[in-house]
Design a protein around this ligand. Structure first.
Ligand SMILES: NC(=O)c1ccc[n+]([C@@H]2O[C@H](COP(=O)([O-])OP(=O)(O)OC[C@H]3O[C@@H](n4cnc5c(N)ncnc54)[C@H](O)[C@@H]3O)[C@@H](O)[C@H]2O)c1
Ligand SMILES: O=C(O)C[C@H](O)C(=O)O
Length: 326
């Protein structure tokens, strides 16, 4: 049996937390041979609800669950953390864009970036789920100057999975049959879900669909899926978000499959002309725990326009929180 790793989760008593923790403890995230210690963070008024969640975790008698701690102090929850899933933040309601949450949520991520800087493992892998995820990840990263900037990522895996599902429906195949889907940019309505390189059972996806479907159906459906779920459910996505967080971390830890890639919001290194430093979603492969941007893809004029729109939005979000970016 491997030695346990420490997995910190913030917002652990929230709706995503309730779907996420049980799957992490069951081994879905890091494998069925990897014991985990859960280090759960909540705000003080939610600690009682969190106590109930912990009781349920105990009652599952998970073979891989090696311990649970709870705290309302980030410095305790992040101590020696190998993985940190930053979920705790306000969700949006109907009629809001995710960036409307920036004011309410940004302060959380500067404080948590500082705490990670002070106490987490030097190789901590941080996934920001709380919205607006890309800019919150940037805030956390910039407040953690002693950690490698590449430790900080934002979740666009939910968008990636949504894009797979939409294309699978259209092509009449299973999402397993699709490779090389890409989400570029921000986890927002400007994101660009791109099928130009996608393969369906080894054949070009772009050849299977017409441009009208792409422009009028696929791209807006993926961009607006979060809002559609809020409208239908009255609350934002939770189980699918938790599942995507599991997928993101599992891929980061265990790697992408040969012949495929995934999408992650990561610090831009200037690839594809995207301004360095922005937390921008790129196609990435992962090997030995390291992600690399897929290089050399041809970018059409159609794609470039959309990649620039979402880059521009990220610059505006960043400029709006400059007071939190040391
Ligand atoms: N990136 C994505 O794809 C994606 C998908 C779905 C949801 N989200 C976002 O995830 C966030 C959480 O969603 P939810 O549905 O679980 O919300 P929720 O309101 O059910 O839960 C959030 C929890 O975070 C806690 N919290 C608030 N401030 C905290 C802090 N400073 N430290 C620790 N915990 C804190 C709250 O007490 C609450 O229990 C929202 O911002 C939502 O918009 C992102
Ligand atoms: O849309 C939201 O506000 C929640 C989440 O980001 C989602 O994409 O479902």
């Amino acid at each position: 049996m491997k030695a346990p790793v420490r997995v910190a989760v913030t917002g652990a008593a929230g709706q995503i937390g309730y779907s996420l923790l049980f799957r992490v403890a069951a081994g879905d995230m890091l494998g069925k041979d990897q014991p985990v210690i859960l280090q759960l963070l909540e705000i003080t008024p939610a600690l009682e609800a969190l106590r109930g969640v912990v009781m349920e975790l105990e009652d599952c008698a998970f073979p891989l669950l090696a311990g649970i701690t709870t705290s309302d102090k980030a410095e305790e929850a992040f101590k020696d953390a190998d993985y940190a899933l930053l979920v705790g933040a306000r969700p949006r309601g109907p009629g809001m864009e995710r960036k409307d949450l920036l004011e309410a949520n940004a302060a959380i991520f500067s404080a948590q970036g500082k705490a990670l800087n002070d106490v987490a493992s030097r190789n901590v892998r941080v996934l920001v789920v709380g919205n607006p995820a890309n800019t919150n990840a940037l805030i956390a990263q910039r407040n953690a100057p002693d950690l490698d900037p590449r430790c900080f990522t934002a979740m666009t895996r939910l968008d990636h999975n949504r894009a797979l599902a939409q294309l699978a429906n259209k092509a009449g195949c299973h999402s397993n049959d699709i490779k090389k889907m890409t989400i570029w940019g921000n986890h927002s309505a400007t994101q660009y879900p791109d099928i130009s390189n996608a393969l369906v059972n080894g054949k070009s996806a772009a050849d299977l669909v017409d441009e009208a479907w792409l422009v009028d159906d696929f791209i807006p459906t993926v961009q607006q899926r979060g809002a559609a779920i809020i409208k239908a459910r009255g609350q934002s996505s939770a189980a699918s978000a938790a599942s995507a967080a599991i997928d993101h971390m599992r891929t980061w830890a265990l790697g992408t499959e040969d012949g495929d890639w995934t999408s992650m919001g990561i610090p831009s290194d200037g690839s594809y002309g995207i301004e360095e430093g922005l937390i921008y979603s790129f196609p990435v492969t992962v090997k030995d725990g390291k992600y690399e941007i897929v290089q050399g893809l041809e970018i059409s004029e159609f794609s470039r326009e959309r990649m620039t729109v979402t880059e521009q939005e990220l610059k505006e979000e960043r400029d709006g929180v400059s007071h939190l970016l040391p």
